[in-house]
Design a protein around this ligand. Structure first.
Ligand SMILES: [Zn+2]
Length: 170
């Protein structure tokens, strides 16, 4: 008898956050480029590796994508996105944003680094006040930003030019 039928899908996908618009997308790791469906930004797939989660199988990747998108939406608006096309999602009234940060997948520090990567993607070199501005826009307090910047320096993630501009060590 011929071997046929259902086969477990183990195709690896990157689930990643668009630095430009913060929208989550997924892409096969073997693909070259991926256009963000929300803002149209073209991502070079090999550059997504360090900031992506690798999920095996299209269904699992899609599930993870929705989880991340939910977290993000909850964080930014206090509401879950309305996936009305799927019909399975309802708006949550939860306003406990701290739960998102205690989530193992995305600590507040990880989130801060994500903000820095977003800055890096857009500006390459950026002054300190822009870090504060953007981080505070995303609900990170001044005290935390200061501490996170220190940690980033100690880790070597963040560097400074002679002109006092920050950049991310590649
Ligand atoms: Zn985008």
């Amino acid at each position: 008898m011929k071997e046929r039928g259902w086969k477990k899908d183990v195709t690896p996908y990157f689930v990643f956050c668009c630095f430009k618009c913060n929208n989550y997308s997924l892409v096969k790791t073997t693909q070259k480029r991926k256009k963000c469906l929300r803002c149209g930004h073209f991502h070079i797939v090999t550059q997504l590796e360090s900031t992506s989660e690798v999920i095996k199988g299209a269904t699992a990747a899609r599930k993870r994508l929705i989880e991340l998108q939910n977290s993000l939406s909850l964080k930014e608006t206090g509401r879950l996105p309305d996936f009305s096309a799927d019909g399975d999602y309802s708006i949550s009234n939860s306003s406990n944003f701290d739960n998102i940060y205690s989530n193992k997948e995305l600590t507040k520090y990880d989130f801060f680094k994500m903000v820095l990567r977003k800055l890096d993607q857009r500006f390459k070199r950026f002054p300190e006040h822009v870090i504060y501005m953007l981080a505070e826009d995303h609900g990170i307090s001044k005290e935390k930003v200061k501490r996170f910047i220190d940690i980033c320096f100690r880790e070597g993630f963040l560097k400074k030019t002679q002109e006092d501009l920050f950049y991310i060590q590649k």
